[in-house]
Ligand binder design. Structure first.
Ligand code: HEC
Ligand code: HEC
Length: 195
């Protein structure tokens, strides 16, 4: 996890954030490491809110991987109330602080922003991690049917690389699949009959 950099790197951040899925595809093919987000601590009221509530366990750079609307950012913050690390118990952010933070998050990393493409880590799977039809369908039902139907996923005929990039994009805008479940899902999606 990154550390907080208070330095004024706003313009660099903007440049780094404008990475399209095509650019991500090119990096994928060239096997170069994509840039990591470099989120600048804001100057406004959100600054103290973040320092008070959000920096005990990890840095703020990861916010740049997301382009979420208010309700999805709200869900992330709610999750942080029960998150644990070796260092601290979950955040006890007040409702007033949460509203200030949400204003800033949606302005900077809202649905219209361009999230930085997350690096896809391809890992070999153990047999027990492979998904059967029931497991995969349930994963798609719970994590991928909020904005479009399950059929949007099942009917898409993508290559293995396209699926990996697609999942990173869908996670950045609120898809409810854990990073650890992406490669099992990719393997199931490309292993279906007739693909
Ligand atoms: C008690 C420790 C703790 C605190 C305090 C905390 N977090 Fe987290 N955070 C975690 C853990 C653990 C994870 C990884 C598991 C997960 O995503 O739920 C995480 C993950 C995240 C992620 C996803 C990162 C990724 O992998 O892309 C975001 C975004 C995030 N936190 C934002 C926040 C915000 C905003 C606050 C303040 C409201 C906050 N966190 C406070 C522990 C914490
Ligand atoms: C927050 C809303 C949202 C969630 C959640 C979401 N998607 Fe999507 N998805 C979209 C939108 C909007 C589009 C159409 C625009 C585009 O192609 O990016 C789309 C398009 C797609 C497509 C392309 C279909 C085609 O034929 O071009 C696939 C495949 C897909 N989503 C898979 C998934 C998967 C897998 C998940 C779960 C991990 C998921 N989506 C979760 C919003 C969402």
């Amino acid at each position: 996890m990154g550390t907080i950099r208070a330095a004024a790197r706003g313009s660099l951040l903007l440049a780094l954030c404008i990475v399209s899925i095509d650019a991500a595809q090119a990096q994928f093919e060239n096997n170069r490491r994509p840039p990591r987000p470099d989120v600048t601590l804001p100057d406004g009221p959100a600054r103290q809110v973040i320092l008070r509530n959000c920096t005990k366990c990890h840095g703020i750079d990861e916010y740049g991987y997301y382009a979420l609307d208010r309700s999805h950012w709200d869900a992330v913050i709610e999750r942080m109330k029960t998150a644990k690390s070796g260092l601290a118990e979950g955040t006890d952010i007040s409702d007033a602080d949460k509203e200030i933070l949400l204003d800033w998050l949606v302005a900077e990393y809202g649905p219209d922003s361009e999230p930085l493409a997350r690096q896809y880590v391809i890992r070999p799977l153990e047999d027990f991690e492979l998904l059967d039809d029931a497991g995969a369908t349930e994963l798609i039902q719970t994590g991928c049917s909020e904005c479009h139907g399950v059929d949007t996923v099942l009917d898409a005929n993508l290559t293995v690389e396209e699926w990996r990039l697609r999942l990173m994009l869908e996670l950045s805008r609120g898809g409810g699949v854990l990073i650890a479940d992406t490669e099992p899902l990719v393997q199931w999606l490309i292993g279906r009959d007739g693909r």
